[in-house]
Design a protein around this ligand. Structure first.
Ligand code: GDP
Ligand code: MG
Length: 162
């Protein structure tokens, strides 16, 4: 089975930018998933000889009160369908209340979750990561989806068990 990577996080953190980068290869096609809805976008990519599927989601509301409101339904569905969850946060916005609500859900989820800190271009990586350790999801991984910074090495690592 091709591993499925779900991109989740608040609106505007850079999920679609990363999705586009990860599915830019000539093999990028919309996967034929049963029950596909317009709220989730599927794409395929290759890294070396490894194929993967990526799910982009519209995002999770920023004005949540509790996890039910915080997590849009399609994000929960994407997490269900995924083998790997990339939880994206925004280094420029810093840690937000909505990030904490999402993290609370992901911490109790069984899916392998990576904390990905986007928009680190022009920032010093070490200090840009400092706030995000508090989410309790392990080592925050700095990337810049728009520029490709650290993206290939992250995906290599994420796919290594598959
Ligand atoms: P989404 O709502 O999570 O899908 O976020 P988008 O992919 O639509 O990106 C939101 C905004 O952040 C856009 O203006 C992107 O150009 C910008 N953005 C995405 N990735 C980066 C990045 O690595 N660095 C910077 N500086 N901006 C980024
Ligand atoms: Mg988007």
């Amino acid at each position: 089975m091709t591993p499925v990577i779900a991109l989740v996080g608040r609106p505007n953190v850079g999920k679609s930018t990363l999705f586009n980068r990860l599915t830019r290869s000539r093999d990028a096609l919309v996967a034929d998933f049963p029950g596909l809805t317009r709220d989730r976008k599927y794409g395929n990519g290759m890294l070396g000889d490894k194929a993967y599927t990526v799910i982009d989601t519209g995002g999770i509301s920023g004005d949540e009160e509790g996890i039910d409101a915080a997590m849009a339904e399609q994000s929960l569905a994407a997490i269900d369908e995924a083998d790997i969850v990339l939880f994206m946060v925004d280094a420029r916005a810093g840690l937000q209340v909505a990030d904490e609500a999402i993290a609370n859900h992901l911490r109790v989820n069984q899916k392998k979750t990576w904390l990905v800190v986007n928009k680190t271009d022009g920032l010093e990586e070490h200090s840009a990561m400092a706030d995000f350790w508090a989410l309790g999801l392990g080592d925050p991984r700095p990337i810049a989806a728009a520029h490709g910074r650290n993206v290939t090495s992250l995906i290599e690592e994420v796919l290594s068990p598959f």
